[in-house]
Every structure is written in structure tokens, then in C-alpha cells.
Design a protein around this ligand. Structure first.
Ligand code: ASP
Ligand code: MG
Length: 422
């Protein structure tokens, strides 16, 4: 049993879907489970729909139309005008979305609403790919991932309920997957009340790892639009090189600091079960890419990871007393409750600083919560985080940071982090 995961960029147009079909065809696929993300930028487009829906702007339906037209274009290119195989499946999904957007009673909680709508991107993508494969005589079984990935009800950042998930995958999905090609979604799961949940943006890699680790897969392959894991983003830095092998620990560190090729939660279940992970290019499917495994050698080149849109929060007590353990406990609790992750943190006697992503305005409720606890919070924006991971090598501050001003610097043994002005 093998697991393949294809991201949104691999299926952003009909040609991409055909390419995915070819890659699947060229592997033995009666023992393969394929996880597919939403097509192209559909998840972002659905975020617009959710925004309009939640704020009742009256524009939700026109935002939905954009999503439908995009998918209709791909359907037309794949199946032609008259031969619309499986189109009724997609139309049914459109209809569900429309009904959902019409129903005002379900729109009280933003994160809940988000999860009910956003996963349609993956549902539509997988229906289209599955039907295209059938039209090419590649038999496959489409399954709804929500029936298998059981989570808690922490919307937009749901946590997997491993015992239940393991039971249902082993009893219900494994027997199907042993005999058939299975097409399913990443990113989505089912919460305590049967509602849709999601595992966090870009969470489909993690879904692939969940399926793979429970099913005892022999390997997982993430097909990307890059050659594999590089030591820097080739779009941002010259001289980026491919890392052909990585240990699980190195992969975890790189993903944690923001190397966007692998979702941070992906590695742990694979490491626990000793399952190798391949990161390969769907544009060049013959190339070997990167292998992440227990017997890989440790990285020998320094890696440079760049994160834009960073915020620095500086938290102090109002009376300038020490930031003590009880404050830290409250701060971490607020971070967790507001689903905000610290990319970097630092504390002194009188302040606690943390660097977070400027994402979905999540800092605002966090700041309100901290202020309600009697803490003073100042915010600095327009920052970037540069992390240099150099497990063995040295680093050169001048070449790394260039002319940017350093706002905060942290050295952590095998990595150095600079918070710099944009
Ligand atoms: N479609 C979701 C997203 O773009 C999940 C994923 O692609 O992994 O965040
Ligand atoms: Mg996606």
C-alpha cells in the first residue's frame, strides 16, 4: 500500500488533472490511496465566500459563482461540452454549497461556518479527478475522508481522535484500499457532532500521513511543483539546492520554521511508524526528489527559511512587575485558545515577546484576551522572519541578513533566527 498526495497546484487546470492521471497510471494503482487538495486557488476563493456569507454582504452568491465557473471550465476541458461524465456529482456539490450559503441559522460561529464551506474545494476536486480517471478506464473508488478522519470539534485546527480514526480506517477503509485505487480528500475530518472539521490550512499532507500511518503504508509521496525539499526557496534566494535526503528530525525542524514544502504535523506519525516520505515533482515525475526517512544522512548544507507577514507582540505587566510563571501560563493559554502559534518567543524580567503570523486577524482577539487579563500588549507589524538552520555548518550574518535591520535575534544551537524589517 502506498499513499500519494497531490496539492492544489497539480490540479489547477485540465492539463494538470491529465498529468495526475498519467502519474497514477504509471504506478501500480490497485493498492494506492490518493489524497487530493482543492484545485488551484479554490481554498482562497472559498475563504472569500465565507467572508461574504459571515458578514452578510450580499455578495456570497457572486463569490460562489466564481468558484463554480472555475470548476466548470476544468470540467469542460476534460470532458468536452456533451460528454459530461459525472457532472451531476459536481452539480450536487454546487447545490449543497448554495443551500448552505442561503441558510442564515448556521452562521453564528465563524470557525464553524468556515469548516462547513471550505472543504467543498477538496470534495469538488476529488469528484472531478475520480470521474476523469473513470473516463480513462482507470477504476477507482471515491471516498469521503470525513467518514474516516475523526477529530475533536476545534474548528479550523481540529485534533485527530486517533483511537476512533484508527478503528474505522482499519475496519472500513483498509479492505477497500487493498483491492482498489482510492481517491479521497485531504484537510477535512468529522467532529464530535458529525459536522465537518479541518486540520488547518495546507493540512492535506497531514491527512496523507494519517492514512499512511494507520494503514501501514510502505511509503508516502507528496507530489509538488518543486523538485523536492530545497535548502531555500528558489523563488526568493539564488543558489538554492535540492536536498536529496533528510532525517525525520531535520524535516520536522525545517517544516516547523516554515519551509512550506511539508506541513509541520506530517512527519510525526510517519516517524513513529518508520514510513519513508518522498517529496517529488509532478512536473518531472521521473526525478527522485527528496527522501525523508530514518536512515537518511543529516543535512550538510545550511538551510534558509523566510517567512513574511510577521507580527511581534510585546507583553508586559501594567505595573512593570516581573513577568512570572503565572503570567506565562495565562499567555500560553490565551495563545492556545485563540489558535495562534508562536514562531519565536523570548522573555526577560519585564516582558514576553512572541512572533506570530499576520494571519486572518487572529492577533486581535488574542490581544483583547491578554489585555483583559491586565497585561499591556504592543504590536509591531511589517516584519519578516529569517531562520537559518545549520545543523553542522556555520553561518554568515552578513550574507544571511543583508541590509535588513535586525529587530530580534535568537540563537538556538543548530538554528539562528532573525526578525528583520521588511
Ligand atoms: N486546500 C487546503 C489549503 O489550501 C488544504 C491543502 O491544500 O493542504 O489550505
Ligand atoms: Mg490547497
Amino acid at each position: 500500500m502506498k499513499i500519494f498526495k497531490f496539492g492544489g497546484a497539480s490540479v489547477q487546470h485540465a492539463q494538470g488533472v491529465k498529468n495526475v492521471a498519467q502519474i497514477i497510471q504509471s504506478h501500480s494503482h490497485d493498492n494506492l490511496l490518493v489524497v487530493i487538495s482543492a484545485m488551484g486557488k479554490t481554498t482562497n476563493a472559498l475563504e472569500q465566500v465565507i467572508h461574504h456569507c459571515f458578514h452578510n454582504t450580499g455578495e456570497a452568491h457572486s463569490a460562489l459563482k466564481t468558484v463554480f465557473e472555475f470548476h466548470d471550465g476544468i470540467l469542460k476541458d476534460l470532458f468536452g461540452e456533451d460528454d459530461l461524465v459525472g457532472v451531476s456529482d459536481i452539480r450536487n456539490l454546487y447545490l449543497e454549497l448554495e443551500c448552505f450559503v442561503d441558510n442564515p441559522n448556521l452562521q453564528e460561529d465563524y470557525d464553524f461556518l468556515y469548516d462547513q464551506i471550505i472543504g467543498y474545494g477538496e470534495l469538488m476536486a476529488t469528484k472531478i479527478v475520480s470521474n476523469y480517471l473513470l473516463s480513462q478506464k482507470i477504476n477507482n473508488q471515491w471516498v469521503d475522508a470525513r467518514n474516516f478522519i475523526q477529530t475533536d470539534s476545534r474548528h479550523r485546527d481540529a485534533r485527530v481522535q486517533w483511537t476512533e480514526t484508527e478503528k474505522i480506517i482499519t475496519n472500513r477503509l483498509l479492505p477497500i484500499a487493498k483491492k482498489n485505487l482510492v481517491i479521497t480528500q485531504g484537510f477535512i475530518g468529522r467532529g464530535f457532532s458529525g459536522e465537518t472539521t479541518t486540520l488547518g490550512r495546507e493540512g492535506s499532507d497531514y491527512s496523507a500521513a494519517i492514512f499512511g500511518s494507520i494503514m501501514g503504508a510502505e511509503s508516502i509521496t507528496i507530489w509538488k511543483d518543486v523538485a523536492g525539499v530545497m535548502n531555500a526557496d528558489p523563488k526568493k534566494f539564488d543558489h538554492a539546492v535540492l536536498i536529496s535526503e533528510l532525517t525525520y528530525n531535520d524535516a520536522i525542524e525545517l517544516a516547523y520554521y516554515g519551509a512550506s514544502v511539508i506541513h509541520p504535523k506530517t512527519i510525526q506519525p510517519l516517524q513513529a511508524n518508520g514510513i519513508p516520505l518522498y517529496v517529488r515533482s509532478f512536473l518531472n515525475p521521473e526525478a527522485p526528489g527528496t527522501k525523508v526517512s530514518a536512515d537518511s544522512s543529516v543535512i550538510s548544507v545550511p538551510c534558509k527559511i523566510h517567512k513574511s507577514q510577521q507580527l511581534l507582540l510585546e507583553i508586559r505587566t501594567r505595573d512593570f512587575t516581573f513577568i512570572a510563571e503565572d503570567h506565562l501560563k495565562q499567555i500560553f493559554q490565551s495563545l492556545s485558545e485563540n489558535k495562534v502559534r508562536c514562531n519565536l518567543m523570548q522573555n526577560s524580567a519585564i516582558y514576553f515577546r512572541c512572533v506570530i503570523d499576520n494571519k486572518e486577524n487572529r492577533h486581535q482577539p488574542l490581544m483583547n484576551a491578554l489585555e483583559a487579563l491586565g497585561l499591556d500588549v504592543t504590536l509591531r507589524s511589517d516584519l519578516e522572519l529569517l531562520s537559518i538552520y545549520h545543523p553542522q555548518g556555520s553561518f554568515d550574518k552578513q550574507t544571511d541578513v543583508g541590509n535588513h535591520n535586525i529587530v530580534l535575534q535568537q540563537n538556538m544551537g543548530n538554528s539562528t533566527h532573525y526578525l528583520i524589517t521588511a
